[in-house]
Design a protein around this ligand. Structure first.
Ligand code: HEC
Ligand code: HEC
Length: 440
């Protein structure tokens, strides 16, 4: 009323459109500002996350190099290390991969002409200096290779073999089922710290490491000390992919937690990076005696070289979609029939819920429900098996299926369910299901 007395109604009518346009513009501008911010942030997170995934050791060279002296085994006696050294030939044999993008043109030419000595550990050291060995970071001083650390890409990246087997462009997130982690660690000249921790002698440590085989690693051994299954087999599990994880709630074969939880677990307790990790579930002297003894359930480093990297690392992994299967790698007509079966008669979709093919929310299974033994389940906090997502399954058929690769082929997997759940699937139906699984 007071205003109206100053401004006649007609003047208001004239001003109103301008006032409204003014507010709308401000709103649109703010929205645009937020959108630009989000785009900028996501770009930064992807770039940072990719860099961390590929190259960040979280300070773990203090362990792999400075403590276990793995770099001395790589160099070999001729370069001031110990033993015969690790030639590129040996490195490729144990499943290490070389990033072709990191190699200079003249080196690529020399490699093509067969002029590079692939039997000389000095070549491996040069490949490390070029930062081309996937998942392994060399640290150098004037005297040469002085330490070595590992990154996430060691186990969770492949290359496309575009240059030669084991040499190509990086495929981040792909499980490296060629990689013999145990054989690599067993090369370390000083395994005494590992032996001390496990309360066994060095020979036993070497035997355990050599029992893992390609594509496998035991991420719980240094918490519970269980190196062998009750049947005498190795307790190591298959390396899963780190792609196609967006929307998936529980991670690892036994659903230890979220991606970010598990990344902190691995970076601190397995890679031995210098960070912060806290999980009271591991402060259980019955189940995790080694974790309690070593204090792994409550790790604090200052400075903390892990925690600030978790957001971008998480973001990056969620951005890696499961790769589409190559054309011609499955029969689409059979796969379409297989999809029908998957959702109906074969009852797979009850647990592997499309389109993520895992269980939305929190649901895991007892060993009994899926017809396997409970050894690996009992090593985890919830004592269950998680329903693994199935997209990109075609990229990790080497090493078999289920947490320990107990089923060598998809046929064996489906035969297992066929018996367990009385599905009465005939041979053609089984083949249709296989084609569907290969199409995911
Ligand atoms: C030495 C090999 C190795 C290294 C290095 C490694 N991982 Fe893993 N990763 C594994 C194995 C083995 C498992 C399965 C563990 C289990 O279920 O007990 C796993 C599980 C995972 C999973 C769960 C996948 C799923 O299906 O839910 C993610 C995500 C992951 N790792 C990401 C990472 C990241 C990020 C890093 C670096 C911080 C890393 N890993 C370092 C071997 C490795
Ligand atoms: C009761 C829930 C349940 C049902 C029903 C089920 N699965 Fe599974 N599936 C699981 C669990 C849990 C695992 C993981 C087992 C492990 O880690 O040892 C698994 C593992 C798998 C794997 C191995 C994945 C890998 O990365 O190694 C495949 C393939 C698979 N299931 C396919 C199927 C098919 C096909 C059907 C239907 C015939 C089916 N599943 C029915 C729960 C289920």
């Amino acid at each position: 009323m007071h205003i109206q007395s100053k401004f006649p109604p007609r003047l208001w009518a004239l001003l109103l459109p301008f006032i409204l346009i003014g507010t709308m513009d401000a709103e649109t501008a703010t929205r645009r500002h937020i959108d630009t911010d989000v785009e900028h942030n996501s770009k930064m997170m992807i770039e940072e996350g990719r860099h961390i995934f590929r190259y960040d050791t979280f300070g773990d060279e203090v362990y792999w190099g400075d403590t276990l002296h793995l770099h001395d085994a790589i160099k070999g006696e001729a370069l001031g290390g110990v033993g015969p050294g690790v030639s590129p030939g040996v490195a490729l044999d144990v499943g290490l991969k070389v990033d072709v993008q990191a190699l200079p043109k003249d080196l690529l030419k020399a490699l093509k002409r067969g002029e590079v000595d692939l039997e000389d550990p000095a070549t491996t050291v040069e490949l490390l200096r070029l930062n081309s060995v996937v998942g392994v970071q060399g640290f150098f001083d004037d005297a040469g290779l002085k330490s070595v650390g590992i990154t996430c890409a060691l186990c969770h990246a492949q290359v496309d073999d575009s240059f030669a087997p084991g040499i190509g462009s990086r495929l981040d997130g792909w499980a490296n089922r060629d990689l013999n982690v145990g054989a690599i660690v067993a090369l370390a000249p000083n395994l005494q710290p590992v032996a001390d921790r496990l309360g066994v002698d060095v020979e036993t440590v070497r035997a355990v490491l050599n029992s893992w085989g390609p594509g496998k690693y035991d991420a719980e051994l240094n918490q519970d000390g269980k190196a062998l299954r009750p049947d005498g087999g190795s307790a190591a599990t298959l390396i899963p992919p780190a792609f196609g994880l967006a929307g998936v709630n529980l991670h690892t074969w036994n659903g230890w937690g979220s991606v970010t939880y598990w990344n902190a677990y691995v970076a601190n307790t397995q890679m031995r990076g210098q960070g912060t990790f806290f999980d009271p579930r591991l402060n259980d002297p019955e189940k995790y005696p080694l974790s309690v003894a070593s204090g792994d359930w409550n790790i604090r480093h200052s400075p903390d070289l892990v925690t600030s990297k978790l957001p971008a690392l998480h973001f990056y992994q969620l951005a890696i979609a499961a790769p589409e299967p190559p054309e011609g790698s499955f029969d689409p007509v059979a796969a379409a029939r297989g999809e029908q079966l998957f959702n109906t008669k074969a009852a797979c979709a009850g647990c592997h819920v499309p389109p993520l093919y895992t269980e939305p929310g929190w649901a895991m299974h007892t060993a009994q429900e899926i017809g396997v033994d409970d050894f690996q389940a009992l090593r985890s906090p919830d004592e269950r098996y998680r329903t693994p997502p199935l997209k990109g399954l075609w990229t990790h058929t080497d090493g078999g299926f289920y947490h320990d690769g107990r089923f060598g082929t998809l046929d064996e997997v489906i035969q297992h369910y066929n018996g367990l759940l009385d599905l009465e699937l005939n041979d053609q139906e089984i083949n249709d299901l296989i084609q569907f699984l290969l199409s995911l």
